[in-house]
Write a protein that binds this ligand. Sequence first.
Ligand SMILES: [Zn+2]
Length: 234
Amino acid sequence: MQRSVKVNGEIIDYTLIKTARASVEIRVLPNEIRLFAPQSYPLRRADQLVRDKADWIAQARRRFTEYEAREAALYPMTDGMPVPVEGRQYTLRVTYGTRSSAYQAGDELVIITPDTAPDKVREALRGYLIGRAQQRIRERLDHFIPLVGRAPGRVTIREQRTKWGSCSGQGNLNFNWKLIMAPPEALDYVVIHELCHLYEFNHSPRFWERVSRYMPEYAVWRDFLRSGWAHPFP
Ligand SMILES: [Zn+2]
């Protein structure tokens, strides 16, 4: 349920979500404020709580804005921007041209585009990196499937914000294309991790023992991926 409250002349919009639990929680997301409350929680108290927490909400929102500004400054999607691919730093070359293309030349990633606006460059670079991710992930699957000894069902490569890979109950695997920007060992780790789920559908000691057979230092790359490392597509 969408609600609005006025605090010091400013409107705060929030989403009230009734849950089965007894506790109340406010979650500030980049584009939304969510208030989780028990079924019987009065609307008037929900509004008052948001009013009481207005300073804290404003602070949390400022942090998101600052974070986005920092990311935008670091990765402006303009000529000369650094782009990590398979653990190496490349330099983005943005070139005007009537026919779009994208390719690697030495340590440069060249984007030729009829529209050099940053959001268009971003889309072109994303398309190029997704292509590389698809190729690379298939190659590494071909390498590790015979070693691990079980083949997955369907393999899909898509974009996710935080998840690097997953394995369904049917043995279908899913990988995040953003892995192409990580060191190759980190990508290998996720490939091994998901293939090992074809034996152990959990994260038990037996599962990790199996992962370690193909990558004894897996914890280094697991921690790396959890560390919130910087890349142009956060
Ligand atoms: Zn897992």
